[in-house]
Design a binder for this molecule. Structure first.
Ligand SMILES: *[C@@H]1O[C@H](CO)[C@@H](O)[C@H](O)[C@H]1NC(C)=O
Ligand SMILES: *[C@@H]1O[C@H](CO)[C@@H](O)[C@H](O)[C@H]1NC(C)=O
Ligand SMILES: *[C@@H]1O[C@H](CO)[C@@H](O)[C@H](O)[C@H]1NC(C)=O
Ligand SMILES: *[C@@H]1O[C@H](CO)[C@@H](O)[C@H](O)[C@H]1NC(C)=O
Ligand SMILES: *[C@@H]1O[C@H](CO)[C@@H](O)[C@H](O)[C@H]1NC(C)=O
Length: 207
């Protein structure tokens, strides 16, 4: 196995996502807002043929509660959540137990119910681990390839997040008003390159 490097890129951008387009009278596609995200730390480990075009993901989202509520709802699509998400209060660093989660595959809502009430104006850190699929399509975090001049096939993992596909790459508050800062960590072997719309912050050896 070749060494894995982690180039780190800080992105300052919003999720350029629009709300669902086909809104029926009964279905609410807008997130029920109990917290606002301010920062995402995302770790992505893509695999190609050797692991069936999957990727390991982990997202940490810093949020600020807008109301005293005991649930948080965000988006994900086409991924498998590993274990239970965690929610930690950044004032005091105590963990709020996630007592139940529910998923709606029409709205892509992932609702986490907490054992305790969030306090308005306080910050929390949400951590979710998951496995995603580098689909053979052109949305989310997907796979594509090209042939070299010597006809050698080379794989790429690419993102396309507009309009509602960021949620296929990492769980997130995938609405245009909910902008935040992003730090994206990509693992790759030394024979691969990583390219972003922001400069690379650092590169390190695997932990
Ligand atoms: C890839 O998928 C095939 C077919 O489902 C399966 O047999 C194989 O074990 C998978 N390989 C890995 C590394 O998961
Ligand atoms: C979780 O929530 C769902 C939907 O409200 C409910 O059907 C289920 O019983 C709950 N599970 C637990 C362990 O509370
Ligand atoms: C959504 O979930 C329902 C109930 O589990 C299932 O019948 C349906 O096929 C799912 N739809 C999609 C698009 O996955
Ligand atoms: C949360 O947001 C409120 C309203 O913008 C702000 O007053 C408060 O300082 C924020 N809390 C933290 C811990 O940043
Ligand atoms: C690469 O070459 C293979 C075999 O010659 C061909 O089937 C495939 O379409 C080519 N792919 C691209 C992206 O040009």
């Amino acid at each position: 196995m070749v060494q894995i490097l982690h180039p780190i890129t800080t992105l300052l951008c919003g999720l350029l996502a629009a709300a669902g387009t086909s809104v029926s009278a009964e279905t609410e596609y807008r997130l029920p807002i109990t917290v606002l995200p301010s920062h995402y730390t995302i770790r992505l480990v893509p695999y190609f043929e050797d692991r069936n075009f999957t990727f390991d993901g982990e997202v940490e989202i810093t949020v600020n509660a807008t109301t005293d509520a005991s649930d948080i709802t965000l988006h994900y699509d086409d991924m498998y959540i590993i274990g239970s998400p965690t929610v930690v209060s950044l004032a005091g660093f105590q963990e709020l137990e996630v007592v139940n989660t529910t998923y709606d595959n029409v709205t892509d809502f992932f609702k986490m119910e907490l054992s305790e009430t969030l306090r308005r104006g306080q910050e929390y850190l949400i951590r979710i681990k998951y496995v995603g699929i580098l689909i053979d399509g052109e949305v989310g975090f997907y796979r594509t390839s090209y042939n070299t001049s010597s006809n050698e096939k080379r794989w790429m993992a690419v993102t396309q997040f507009e309009a509602t596909h960021a949620r296929k790459a990492f769980p997130c508050f995938d609405e245009p008003a909910l902008k935040a800062r992003f730090q994206v960590n990509i693992a790759r072997t030394q024979d691969y390159h990583s390219i972003s719309n922001m400069p690379r912050e650092s590169t390190s050896e695997p932990e």
